[in-house]
Write a protein of this length. Structure first.
Length: 188
C-alpha cells in the first residue's frame, strides 16, 4: 500500500486520501469505512502475493520436471508409447493427417489406430522395429502413387496387416508383405 493513495468518499464520491478519517469535501466521518477499505486492500495484496508465490512454485516445479525428463530421456507428455511425438505411430498419423487436412498434428485416436496396426505387424512379421515397418508403409504408398493408386497410410498398413496370416510366426518379412501388397493392389 502506498502512502498518499486516493480513494472515493462513499458519501460525496470525491477523491480523498486513504489515510483520511474525515472527508474534506463533505465532512463525513470515514473511520469505519476507511478501516474496511484498508482491510480489503490488504486482503487483495495478500491474495496477489499468494498467487505470485504459487505461480513461481509451479514454474520451478515444471522446470525441475523438464530437467528430469531431459536427464532420464522420459517425456512426461508422452507417457504411453503410442502417443510419443517420436513414435512411428505418431509419425504415420502425422503424415496421413497432413495429407488429408494439411495439419501435421494428428488426433490421439488416429495415433492409437496406427500403433495398434504396428503392434500387430511386430507380432506377425520377422521385423520387430516399428520404425522400419513405418518406413515400409510410407514406401508402399510412394510406390502405389507411382502406379496411380492413391491410398491412405491407414489403408495400406491395414492391408499389409490383413495380408499376413495370424499364424505367420515371424516367418514373413514386413518388407516382403508390403511389396506383395503393392503388387496386388497395382495389378487391380
Amino acid at each position: 500500500m502506498f502512502k498518499g493513495e486516493a480513494v472515493k468518499c462513499p458519501y460525496c464520491a470525491e477523491e480523498i486520501q486513504l489515510e483520511a478519517i474525515k472527508c474534506k469535501h463533505c465532512g463525513s466521518d470515514l473511520k469505519k469505512i476507511i478501516s474496511e477499505e484498508r482491510k480489503l486492500k490488504k486482503e487483495k495484496s495478500r491474495f496477489l502475493l499468494k498467487a505470485i508465490v504459487v505461480i513461481i512454485v509451479f514454474v520451478i516445479f515444471i522446470a525441475i520436471i523438464d530437467s528430469l525428463s531431459v536427464e532420464t530421456g522420459y517425456n512426461i507428455s508422452s507417457s504411453s508409447l503410442g502417443s510419443s511425438k517420436n513414435s512411428p505411430a505418431y509419425m504415420l498419423a502425422s503424415i496421413q493427417n497432413n495429407q488429408q487436412t494439411g495439419n501435421v498434428i494428428p488426433s490421439q485416436k488416429m495415433v492409437n489406430k496406427f500403433d495398434m496396426y504396428l503392434n500387430k505387424l511386430v507380432k506377425k512379421c520377422k521385423e520387430n522395429s516399428k520404425s522400419r515397418i513405418g518406413d515400409y508403409v510410407v514406401t508402399a504408398q510412394t510406390e502405389l502413387k507411382k502406379e496411380g493408386v492413391n491410398l491412405q497410410l491407414s489403408e495400406i498398413i491395414s492391408g499389409i496387416n490383413k495380408s499376413i496370416p495370424e499364424n505367420a510366426d515371424n516367418l514373413i518379412g514386413c518388407d516382403e508383405a508390403a511389396t506383395a501388397f503393392v503388387v496386388l493392389v497395382s495389378a487391380q
